[in-house]
Design a protein around this ligand. Structure first.
Ligand code: 9WN
Length: 432
C-alpha cells in the first residue's frame, strides 16, 4: 500500500487548505483540476460544509457560485461549466446545450441533470457554525428562496412514482455513478448503437454502460428537458434512498432556517414527514432501505452505502435505526473492512474493492454517515467514523476514494471534498 508518514492535525489542516486553494477558481472549487475541471453540485456543497466552521464568507461564495447555475424550474444542475476548460470534460456544454433552453440561466453553461439536494443541509451547517452571525444571516436570507424553489422542483417534477419521493433519471444524479444498483436498470435499456467515449476511438466498445449514460442524456435533452417526458417515456427512473435521505435532511434544515428568513417552517416539517413515510413505505424491505426501479417495478437486492442515507433523519423510528446500525457494523460493511465505509456490501458478488462506487470507501459518504450517527446520539459510531476517516487521509492523502481493506488511495489526488471534510472533522473532535 502507498502510505506516507502520519501527519499531525496542524499539518493535515495546512495540506487541506492548500488543496482547496489550488482547486479554487476564485468563486468555485472544482473537484480535481485534471479530471474534473468544472464545478460539481454535491462536491461544491461538501466544500461549503468543510469551510463552514472556518470561513463563512468563502462557504457562502461556494454555494452562491453553484446556485448561479440554478434553472428557473428550481433545478440545481450537477455541473456548472468553467468556460476556460469547456472541452476538457466529456460530456461538455456542446452535448448538454443548456443555453438553448429557456429555463436555463444566461451567461453560464450547465448540465441538465441534478445531484443529491444537499444544499439546505450545508446552508444550515454554515449558519450553525458561523462565528460571523450577520454574514451568516444575510446568506440564509439570500439563499433560502433558491432552496425553496429547488425543493419545489423535486416535488413537482421528480415524483415520477407518485408516492412522495424524488426519482433520479440518470446514475450521475445519485453521485454514485458506478454503483451496482444501477446495473439492472441500465441493462434493461435498449441497446445503444453508437459509442460515446472519453477514450481514444481504438478503445471504444459500443453499448458500454457509458454509452447508455449518454443515450439517457441525449434522450432527455432532445425532449427539451421536459418533465412530462421524464414521467411518461424516459427509460431510467429510480428512487434512491441516499438522494431522498439527503432531501429529507435538507427539508429539516430548511425548517430550522425558515425563521431566519422570516418564513414559515411548517411546510418543510410536513415535507420531511411525507418523505419519511414514503421512504418507509416504498424503499424499506428485508431490514434495509433499497433502490426502487420504477420502470421495472422492483427493489434492488443489493445493499450499498446509500442504503443508510435515511438515517440522516432524526425522526427515523428507533427500531429501524437499530437494524441499520447492525447492518452497518456487520461483516457486510464496516465489520470486515479495515477502513469505513465500503460503498457496496462486501458479500455482494458485484463488490469490487478498486472500482469507484462498487466497493471503495469515500470521505463524503463517511461524513454523511457520521452525521447520521450524530443525529441519533450514537457517540461510539461517530468517533469511529471520524477517526478512521482521518486515518485514511493521514495515511494516503486527499484521494478521491480508498481501498476499504488496506486504505490505499484510488482515483484523483488532491480531491476537494476529501480535503474540505477533513477540515470539518479536524474541528469537531469532541462535538456529536
Ligand atoms: C459524473 C465529480 C463527480 C462526483 C461524482 C463522481 C464522479 C462524474 C464522472 O465525479 O461523477 O458526474 O464523470 O464520473 O461519481 O460523485 O460528483 O467529482
Amino acid at each position: 500500500m502507498e502510505s506516507r508518514a502520519a501527519v499531525d492535525d496542524a499539518a493535515l489542516g495546512r495540506e487541506a487548505w492548500s488543496v482547496l486553494d489550488a482547486n479554487s477558481t476564485g468563486a468555485a472549487t472544482v473537484p480535481a483540476p485534471g479530471l474534473y475541471p468544472h464545478q460539481w453540485n454535491w462536491d461544491s456543497t461538501f466544500v461549503a460544509i468543510g469551510l463552514a466552521r472556518w470561513d463563512t464568507r468563502r462557504a457562502g461564495t461556494e454555494l452562491l457560485s453553484l446556485l448561479a447555475g440554478q434553472w428557473h424550474t428550481g433545478m440545481v444542475p450537477h455541473i456548472v461549466f468553467q468556460p476556460a476548460h469547456e472541452e476538457v470534460y466529456f460530456p461538455g456544454p456542446a452535448i448538454w446545450r443548456s443555453t438553448e433552453h429557456r429555463a436555463a440561466p444566461h451567461g453560464v453553461c450547465t448540465s441538465g441533470l441534478t445531484q443529491p439536494p444537499l444544499q439546505a443541509l450545508a446552508l444550515w451547517w454554515v449558519w450553525r457554525h458561523a462565528a460571523d452571525r450577520d454574514t451568516a444571516a444575510a446568506l440564509v436570507r439570500r439563499i433560502y428562496p433558491m432552496l425553496v424553489a429547488q425543493h419545489g422542483y423535486l416535488t413537482t417534477s421528480r415524483d415520477l412514482g407518485g408516492g412522495g419521493l424524488a426519482a433520479i433519471v440518470h446514475p450521475w444524479e445519485s453521485g454514485m455513478d458506478d454503483s451496482p444498483v444501477w446495473d439492472a436498470p441500465l441493462e434493461a435499456l435498449p441497446p445503444v448503437r453508437r459509442a460515446y467515449r472519453r477514450e481514444e476511438p481504438s478503445q471504444w466498445q459500443p453499448d458500454s454502460h457509458h454509452d447508455r449514460y449518454m443515450a439517457l442524456v441525449l434522450g432527455y435533452r432532445d425532449s427539451g428537458y421536459d418533465p412530462a417526458y421524464l414521467r411518461d417515456e424516459h427509460p431510467f427512473a429510480v428512487e434512491d434512498p441516499m438522494f431522498n435521505g439527503i432531501w429529507l435532511a435538507s427539508c429539516q434544515a430548511l425548517a430550522e432556517l425558515a425563521p431566519v428568513a422570516g418564513a414559515d417552517a411548517g411546510p418543510h416539517r410536513e415535507a420531511a414527514e411525507r418523505i419519511r413515510a414514503a421512504l418507509l413505505d416504498r424503499l424499506w424491505a428485508d431490514g434495509a432501505f433499497r433502490v426502487r426501479d420504477l420502470r421495472a417495478g422492483r427493489l434492488s437486492s443489493i445493499r450499498t452505502v446509500g442504503s443508510f442515507g435515511p438515517m440522516l433523519d432524526a425522526g427515523l423510528p428507533a427500531d429501524r435505526v437499530a437494524e441499520l446500525v447492525v447492518t452497518l457494523e456487520s461483516a457486510s460493511f464496516m465489520g470486515a473492512a479495515g477502513y469505513p465505509v465500503p460503498s457496496c456490501e462486501i458479500r455482494a458478488p458485484q463488490f469490487d474493492r478498486s472500482c469507484y462506487w462498487r466497493g471503495p470507501s469515500w470521505v463524503n459518504t463517511n461524513w454523511l454517515l457520521r452525521r447520521a450517527a450524530a443525529v441519533h446520539g450514537l457517540a461510539g459510531l461517530v468517533r469511529v467514523l471520524g477517526s478512521q476517516t482521518l486515518r485514511l487521509v493521514r495515511q494516503a492523502g486527499f484521494r478521491e476514494c480508498f481501498d476499504p481493506f488496506d486504505g490505499s488511495g484510488r482515483g484523483s489526488r488532491d480531491f476537494s471534498w476529501s480535503a474540505a471534510l477533513t477540515l470539518d472533522l479536524l474541528a469537531d473532535t469532541v462535538e456529536c
